[in-house]
Design a protein around this ligand. Structure first.
Ligand code: FE2
Ligand code: FE2
Length: 180
């Protein structure tokens, strides 16, 4: 391929967003987003292994959309819409742990985004990028495991049809750009 020509898209790099129709069941929607996040964490680890490899630029662009546009919506769904509805049922104190993990992720994401922007532009990331990427991937995988094994079953047990409908409506409004 001649120098300066954009590389062809990496097959499998694109991970389609979850369909809003799934918001009829907002817990299934969040679980589908978690499954998608697991795939994206694999992409991040691939970039961390070889930040200037052939696939890294395309993967970095996909990861930037996730971390800067989609992840803030997902965290808002959880912190502003889901967790408050479960607070009265949280006997294990899991919500505070999950909030603290969101704060940790937020700090790591700021550094990841700087590195990914450099990679997406064809430059080497700053020193320490692979370690930050691996720390984020490992921590976020544990976070997803708790949300799936503890939080989703708690929500299914505790939220009735009205609460589920209100949760889904708030998540849909957030994706329409309305302030929730
Ligand atoms: Fe989540
Ligand atoms: Fe979360």
């Amino acid at each position: 391929m001649p120098p300066g020509e954009p590389s062809p898209p990496v097959s499998g790099a694109h991970v389609a967003p979850i369909q809003p129709a799934l918001l009829d069941d907002p817990i299934a929607f969040l679980s589908a987003e978690h499954a998608r996040q697991t795939v994206l964490l694999g992409h991040l680890e691939r970039v961390a292994r070889d930040p200037q490899g052939r696939a890294a630029r395309d993967l970095a662009a996909v990861l930037l959309v996730w971390l800067t546009e989609e992840m803030p919506l997902h965290v808002a769904d959880e912190e502003r819409s889901l967790y408050p509805r479960l607070a009265a049922h949280d006997e294990q104190g899991v919500l505070e742990r999950l909030r603290e993990e969101h704060r940790r992720d937020h700090r790591l994401i700021a550094d990841l985004v700087s590195g990914l922007r450099r990679i997406a532009e064809g430059h080497a990331p700053m020193a320490g990028f692979p370690e930050i990427a691996r720390e984020f991937a490992a921590g976020h995988r544990r976070h997803l495991a708790i949300e799936e094994s503890v939080l989703a079953p708690l929500a299914r047990r505790c939220l009735g049809p009205e609460a589920m409908a209100a949760l889904g409506a708030e998540m849909a409004a957030r994706r329409d750009g309305r302030r929730v």
